[in-house]
Design a protein around this ligand. Structure first.
Ligand code: URA
Length: 236
């Protein structure tokens, strides 16, 4: 690929800043100054910018524990986005794989791998997503059964069969639940719970397919996926 593209993709600056810098002699390839932006390089070349090595990363995969209060978007006029939280990404073209509501916490994958994202989000693939929720109202065995069979949630949504687990003896009128769903429609969990006559007070995603939220990550923290996690996602 062209040297200016390589350096721009690795976040050195805008395409025009990078081109200018290359012409000024800031870039070296395998020890030689390269002053043409169109100079061809590949992953095996040693590229430096002002003396600092710039390794090429084609794809990046980050697990974020999304905190409440940020939106699952790449940019937003009013709110902070999940990408604003990731300060040291290697790639500048990351995006969130799917959306969590602004007030939802938990597992969110950020990547620039469009093919993987497409597969994970495709309605045909029925990738399992597991949520923990605290709900207002008492969930019952009748709800477990109803969720297991799938049901008409509202005019627009018929939920596929889902696995509802009541985690604690419901105290007063709040319950803790775990819900495994195999689709991801807008406000899916909140709407399913509402259709059962209860209300979600707190929602957190615990897993997506084989990818499980790392318990060591506090809300707002993130880390790169391990090779094993990447392989498991590809095998999904
Ligand atoms: N279901 C919801 O209602 N909200 C989310 O953020 C995710 C799933």
């Amino acid at each position: 690929m062209r040297l200016d593209k390589y350096l721009t993709e690795m976040g050195i600056g805008s395409r025009s800043e990078v081109k200018q810098g290359i012409r000024k002699g800031f870039a070296r390839v395998n020890g030689e100054t390269a002053v043409r932006p169109e100079f061809k390089v590949d992953e095996k070349d040693r590229v430096t910018w002002k003396g600092t090595p710039v390794d090429f990363v084609a794809y990046e995969y980050i697990m974020l524990n999304k905190p409440a209060g940020v939106v699952s978007a790449t940019e937003d006029k009013r709110d902070r986005t999940v990408l604003d939280l990731v300060k040291d990404a290697r790639r500048k073209d990351l995006f969130p794989v799917g959306r969590l509501d602004k007030d939802t916490e938990g597992l969110l994958l950020l990547t620039n791998d469009g093919k993987l994202a497409h597969r994970l989000l495709s309605p045909k693939h029925h990738v399992a997503k597991v949520y923990y929720a605290r709900v207002q109202g008492v969930m019952t065995e009748a709800d477990v059964q109803r969720f297991k069979e799938g049901f008409a949630v509202d005019d627009e949504l018929t939920a596929l069969p889902a696995e509802l687990e009541i985690l604690s003896v419901c105290e007063g009128d709040t319950c803790e639940i775990r819900l495994k769903i195999f689709e991801g429609k807008f406000h899916q969990v909140k709407r399913m719970v509402q259709a059962a006559g209860k209300e979600v007070l707190y929602l957190k995603r615990l897993s997506m397919g084989p990818l499980v939220l790392d318990a060591a990550l506090a809300p707002g923290e993130y880390r790169s996926l391990t090779e094993k996690e990447q392989e498991a996602l590809y095998a999904e």
